[in-house]
Design a protein around this ligand. Structure first.
Ligand SMILES: N[C@@H](CCC(=O)N[C@@H](CS)C(=O)NCC(=O)O)C(=O)O
Length: 297
């Protein structure tokens, strides 16, 4: 067996596949796209250059969902990512599509807009993300009632998609306290060892995310470089200093152990576009979590 994964630790779709590999202890060679030669190899195999891409005994497999299904069919492991029952499998596939198409896509758009050189659509993109994510959060809040995982009591492909999409969606548009089921589910995902490992591996790359912000009344009161107004330009080294306070790293580690930190969580990344400059940063306006609270109360 020879498996090679072309992936970047910070990429949400790569994390989706990494959790499936880690959970089932599937051995593979990790070709990180931080290495330019790995990117060149990826492009030679998949001209769209989207990642992750799996190479299995010379065969190229793209698309995160297909990669996970391929792993299940060809490499087994204790967790089966789709149920044997076709109708139950259909529901898991639906949830996988929901997390990719509705949560992940909504979350990524404002991130990409914030990274773009002109950034002309970034406010519009953020407003749209908030609208769609609110719909998704509200739908999930009901859906998760009485369920441990997205499809029920066992892990599935849907949870592989849910973990990175909700992880990063909360950074773009915080999941308000009026969604306790959803917040608890996200905490369970963060406490899932396979996903906690993926989150840890991505920590060194958080500066790729276009902004970091704090939430909660205390954070909004503070005059902090992390709350600089929209459009403030800060040098990359200064940004890194702002984006990686140790205290907040520790807070998120406690989140990975299943405890929600009180307030003031650092909000970070989702996906990376390798063709965009990394020194273009955007700090959004005041946090909207309290607005969302009022909206759904
Ligand atoms: N539908 C694809 C989406 C993959 C995707 O969009 N990956 C992002 C990284 S998270 C990417 O390749 N971005 C680079 C680009 O689009 O140029 C999948 O499920 O694998």
């Amino acid at each position: 067996m020879s498996l090679t994964l072309y992936a970047h630790p910070f990429s949400s779709y790569c994390q989706k596949v990494l959790v499936a590999l880690y959970e089932n202890d599937v051995p593979f060679e990790y070709r990180t796209l931080e290495d330019p030669s790995a990117m060149a190899e990826l492009k030679a195999r998949w001209p769209f250059a989207r990642f992750p891409v799996l190479v299995d005994a010379g065969n190229t497999i793209a698309e995160s969902t297909i990669i996970i299904e391929h792993l299940m069919l060809k490499h087994g492991g204790r967790v089966r990512w789709l149920p044997d029952d076709p109708l139950e499998a259909l529901e898991v596939r639906f949830l996988d599509r929901f997390f990719d198409n509705d949560v992940m896509t909504a979350m990524q758009k404002p991130v990409f807009e914030a990274i773009r050189k002109d950034g002309a659509r970034r406010d519009e993109a953020m407003a749209e993300a908030r609208r769609v994510l609110d719909l998704a959060y509200r739908w999930l809040e009901q859906r998760l009632e009485g369920r441990t995982w997205a499809a029920g009591e066992t892990l599935s492909l849907a949870d592989c998609a849910a973990a990175p999409s909700l992880f990063y969606a909360d950074w773009v548009h915080p999941i308000a306290p009026v969604f306790p089921q959803l917040r608890a589910y996200r905490s369970r995902l963060l406490a899932w060892p396979a996903f906690a490992r993926a989150v840890d591996e991505a920590r060194p790359f958080r500066q790729y995310f276009p902004w970091v912000r704090r939430t909660g009344t205390e954070a909004n009161r503070q005059t902090s470089p992390a709350c600089e107004p929209t459009g403030t330009q800060t040098s990359p080294s200064r940004q890194n200093a702002i984006q990686h306070p140790r205290r907040n790293d520790q807070q998120e580690r406690s989140e990975c152990r299943g405890q929600l930190p009180p307030i003031e969580r650092v909000r970070e990344p989702c996906a990376e576009r390798r063709d965009q400059p990394r020194d273009r940063r955007h700090q959004p306006e005041a946090d909207q979590a309290d607005v969302t609270d009022r909206q759904w109360r």
